[in-house]
Write a protein that binds this ligand. Structure first.
Ligand code: ACO
Length: 401
């Protein structure tokens, strides 16, 4: 009989690190985070500068290529993305197979995975050109798929991409234009949308990005890997938190209910959604930009005195001064204000994580490309600490108690 404990003792040492709190899985040149200081840099550029001065497509170029584009390189990139916004017409039939009440994230997971069934000509991951075409296709088609999922869920006809609009204008038009109406996107909302996309573009080795890398490490095609990332993002501890944060604010309803709610959090009945982060033990720099964006959007199209915003502000004030939250370094994360903002822009809560997935696609694909192009890349294969039975002999069913 093999003694499993003895086997462990004799085998090569390995670390037991549940949740990967202190294990790096790769080298990367894309994104830097200093969680203690609240710093987030993409290719060296601070997130607040990108959110203020760049555009989402320019940030996509930066994440993919490592440098900000020249004017001509950007023009070429924008043209390429624009040329790939359409979906194969047969996708229509694929969409109509879903129930109308399906969660748009369920549709996204299926539809993005299905891209590999439609675009066979860019699946050779060893071919640099094909890797690039897949990246462009994903960035270009995600808004079209997301808008289609939205229109399908509300029973409205699909609006085709209009390629003389910017990336974010085009997306808003595909979501909110009703055909026959001449839709003019509100510039405040377009700017907010673009900024929200920039804020979500990449965040180094979070759960969904690690999922994309792990799926890709086996040689799976990029569309399949991104679908795996979308599935992971859907969870309420990750991308699903913005939906949960808004639901929580609605549940609290009014400022006078906050003390009772906070007590419930301290009694561990529930978590304060939109607070806390595995890496940031200081203010999430994206949350600051999101807070400003939230005010801009509410001033333009909503109610700056929205009761939900009042609840959010008061909750933030209390949490930042209450010993329970301060001692655990629980600061608002990006999801805290994004829910109120997206809701004011007209998106139902079920679309929040879809928008996150749309924006994060560039980060996922940049990380996937970096991994494939790394000569030291190996298939991801974590170890385990076995805690089951010791070896024992099989007992036929007639001999079991
Ligand atoms: N509300 C109340 N208490 C919390 C919260 C919260 N949101 N988050 C953590 N804590 C407490 C834990 O109970 C624990 O307390 P204890 O030491 O007394 O046991 C302590 O803070 C440390 O928490 P961990 O669970 O160890 O923190 P971890 O790094 O594993 O979790 C996570 C990070 C998952 C983000 C967590 O803070 C959480 O669930 N937050 C709410 C969901 C959320 O907003 N997610 C979005 C993350 S950002 C993103 O994906 C874009």
């Amino acid at each position: 009989v093999i003694d499993i404990r003895k086997l462990y003792a004799e085998s090569d040492a390995f670390t037991y690190d549940p949740g990967f709190t202190s294990t790096a899985s790769c080298e990367s040149k894309i994104t830097f985070i200093d969680g203690d200081k609240g710093i987030l840099l993409h290719r060296g550029y601070p997130i607040d500068q990108l959110a203020e001065q760049s555009s989402f497509l320019e940030t996509c170029y930066l994440l993919l290529h490592g440098e900000l584009p020249s004017a001509s390189a950007f023009e070429q990139f924008e043209t390429t993305i624009t040329r790939h916004t359409m979906l194969h017409e047969q996708f229509d039939r694929f969409f109509s197979g879903f129930r109308r009440d399906a969660h748009p994230m369920a549709i996204m997971t299926g539809a993005v995975g299905a891209l590999s069934a439609f675009y066979h000509d860019s699946l050779d991951i060893q071919d640099e050109k094909q890797r690039e075409i897949s990246a462009h296709r994903l960035i270009a088609k995600m808004p079209t798929i997301a808008a289609r999922a939205f229109k399908y869920s509300v029973g409205q006809p699909f609006v085709y991409p209009k390629n003389d609009l910017s990336y974010s204008e085009n997306f808003l038009r595909m979501c909110f234009a009703v055909p026959a109406e001449d839709y003019v996107p509100n510039p405040v909302l377009t700017k907010a949308m673009d900024r929200i996309f920039i804020l979500h573009a990449d965040h180094e080795q979070n759960a969904s990005t690690s999922t994309v890398r792990l799926a890709g490490s086996s040689g799976a095609n990029p569309f399949a890997c991104i679908a795996a990332g979308i599935a992971c993002l859907w969870g309420p501890s990750h991308g699903g938190a913005n939906e949960e944060a808004l639901n929580m604010l609605k549940e609290i309803g009014t400022v006078d209910k906050i003390p009772e709610f906070i007590q419930g959090v301290k009694d561990r009945k529930y978590k304060l959604m939109g607070f806390g982060h595995r890496v940031y033990k200081n203010y999430d720099p994206r949350a600051k930009v999101m807070q400003t964006t939230c005010h801009e959007v509410l001033s333009a199209v909503g109610d700056p005195n929205d009761p939900l915003l009042q609840v959010a502000r008061e909750l933030e004030r209390i949490a930042l001064s209450d010993e329970y939250f301060v001692s655990r370094k629980l600061y608002p994360n990006i999801d805290f204000y994004s829910g109120i903002t997206l809701s004011a822009m007209g998106f139902p809560t079920t679309m929040f994580t879809v928008l996150f997935a749309l924006a994060r696609t560039v980060g996922w694909i940049a990380q996937w490309k970096e991994m494939i192009e790394d000569p030291s890349q190996k298939i991801g294969r974590p170890r385990q600490l076995y805690t089951g039975s010791a070896q024992r002999d099989f007992v036929p069913i007639s001999g079991r108690a």
